[in-house]
Write a protein that binds this ligand. Structure first.
Ligand SMILES: [Zn+2]
Length: 185
């Protein structure tokens, strides 16, 4: 059995340096993200989705939540790679890129596991962890773990986290792009 939460990472010194890129996200997209993950939460399994959008110099704006075929277990998940490939190509033609991977953990621990460090989709995107299998949280930014890769997947401090990701009423309210062929619930 491969329960990811049995695989804690070794502690490292915090050497993260904020590089200036800021991800803008509308709270409507946050709500859509919780909604799309809700059936997995109800089933008591981890789940994953992605935020796609535009990156222009240091401004990133989320335009869509992407949900793809995946295998879901109480302590881990796996993306079915074939499910992502054609979508990534389509989004590329819009000029959209993968800005964030979002996955859930069972409890309140929102730090990457060793499993997450290995299996995260892209090192250019930030990696978010939602607690309680993605139960909606009033204090969204406070509740989540935000990781960015700089030769290591740093869990951002509370100050760095709110520099890197900002909720923005003027950003796109976004759409859910659902390419799953199999759905839970
Ligand atoms: Zn994880």
């Amino acid at each position: 059995m491969n329960l990811e939460h049995s695989q804690k990472r070794s502690p490292v010194p915090y050497k993260y340096v904020f590089q200036g890129s800021v991800l803008h996200i509308h709270l409507q997209i946050v709500a859509k993200t919780y909604a799309v993950l809700a059936p997995y939460r109800e089933a008591g399994v981890e789940s994953v989705c992605f935020w796609y959008g535009e990156r222009q110099e240091q401004r990133e704006e989320v335009k869509a939540v992407l949900i793809v075929d995946q295998e879901n277990n109480p302590g881990n998940f796996r993306v079915i790679p074939e499910s992502m490939m054609h979508v990534a190509k389509l989004f590329g033609s819009f000029g959209w890129t993968n800005l964030a991977q979002i996955h859930t953990h069972p409890g309140r621990d929102v730090e990457h596991s060793r499993y997450d460090d290995v299996y995260v989709n892209s090192r250019r995107a930030v990696s978010l962890v939602l607690p309680s299998y993605g139960a909606p949280e009033r204090q969204f930014m406070t509740s989540i773990g935000v990781h960015e890769y700089q030769d290591y997947w740093y869990l951002l401090s509370p100050d760095d986290k709110v520099r890197r990701i900002v909720t923005d009423d003027n950003a796109s309210e976004g759409a859910v792009i659902d390419v799953r062929t199999y759905r839970l619930g």
